[in-house]
Structure formats: structure tokens, C-alpha cells
Design a protein around this ligand. Sequence first.
Ligand SMILES: Nc1ncnc2c1ncn2[C@@H]1O[C@H](COP(=O)(O)OP(=O)(O)OP(=O)(O)O)[C@@H](O)[C@H]1O
Length: 211
Amino acid sequence: MSFDVDVKKTLGHHVVKARFTAPAGLTVLSGPSGVGKTSVLNMMAGLLRPDEGRVSIGGDILFDAREAIDLPAHRRRLGYVFQDGRLFPHLRVRANLLYGHRLARPQYRWMSLEEVVSFLGIGHLLDRWPNGLSGGEAQRVAIGRALLSGARALLLDEPLASIDPARRGEIMDVILRIRDELGLPIVYVTHDPAEADRLATRRVEITPSSL
Ligand SMILES: Nc1ncnc2c1ncn2[C@@H]1O[C@H](COP(=O)(O)OP(=O)(O)OP(=O)(O)O)[C@@H](O)[C@H]1O
């Protein structure tokens, strides 16, 4: 399964353009601040509509401007992990994890709650509220929620940025295990060269475009 992305979008005076393939493994998207990395993830996820282009995964078209195909975000089956976790504050960890799982069609639920909990080592957090979690714990839960939603690929936008530097290694280990054991395409935005060196199996540089 591989992601194929070819998108273009004008945002104010800025043009965001990207063309790349992201196969199973971890593709790091890098580029200067403001070049459009988050916008590219949002276009893949169905949160931002490209002006032109096409997004497909495993041959399944998610967006095609010419064919007027634009699958809504909840039908794309992608797990999106944001910089700040964005857990639902009114739900305990267990309910956060199960949120997308319950909405996913049964045939797409390829990991169970028990498998995800044991994979991520978060059993002791299940009855906790998001408010009391550390940055690293919250990111594990956010990753678990993404996996449980039946995702066929993961989009991670600077997932270590709000984590204490001393704890980043642990989350990187989790991401490496996902990369090496689950066989999903992962598209990962980071500014940090050390993080990219450790995690990337492929690199894509987003470069500035002009109008
Ligand atoms: N809705 C919008 N309207 C106008 N301009 C926008 C909008 N959203 C983003 N932009 C601009 O588009 C550019 C790309 O933003 P984006 O957040 O995708 O960049 P980025 O590469 O992820 O940045 P950073 O590395 O700083 O997080 C920026 O110049 C931003 O200010």
C-alpha cells in the first residue's frame, strides 16, 4: 500500500505544492517554516481542499480535482496525530481510544483495543482523564486512537514537539515499532534533523513555490 500525492493550493499569497509517493515505511516531510508541510498533510487528510491534483492510497482515489472526487475526511481511513495530541478532554483515555473504533466499519478494524493497549504500553492509563496525562502519555493515546480507527496510513504532524526532550526517545521507539512492525505508510512532519535521521525511510523536501 502506497500513498500517491500530487497537490497544489494557493493560500493567500503563498502556493503550496507537493508531489511524492509514500510507500510503507516512514516518509519525512521537511522544508522551511511556513512552506506548507501541515497544509500538505491536511490536503491528504481531507481537511483542506487542493485547488488541483490527486491523492490516492493503494490505488483508491481520495481526491481528484479533474474527476471531482473528494472523499470526506472520515471516509479516508487515515489516522492523524497532531502536535498537541488533541484528545477529547471530556472522555477518559479508554473512550478516547475507542472513539474512532466504534465509528469504523467492522471489516476495517484491524487492531483490537487490547492489541493497541499492549503495543503502546498504555493499560495503566485507561481510566485516566486526558488533563492529567504527560505530553508523552497523551501522544501514545493519540497514536492508539489513530490506529484503532481502522487507519490504513498515519499522518503525524510534529508529534514530538510538545514532549519533554528527555522523553522523546521513548515515543520515537514507539514510532519505530509502528514503522517496522505494522507495515503502514507513515507521513511525518518534523523540523528536527536528528528525529528525521532516526525515523525516516524516505525523505521529501517541500520547497517554496511562487504565484
Ligand atoms: N487558511 C489560510 N489562509 C491563508 N494562508 C494560510 C492559511 N493556512 C495556512 N496559510 C499559510 O500557508 C503557509 C503554509 O502553512 P503551513 O502551516 O502549512 O506551513 P508549515 O510548513 O507546516 O509551517 P511550520 O513549519 O511553521 O509549521 C503559511 O505561510 C501560512 O501562513
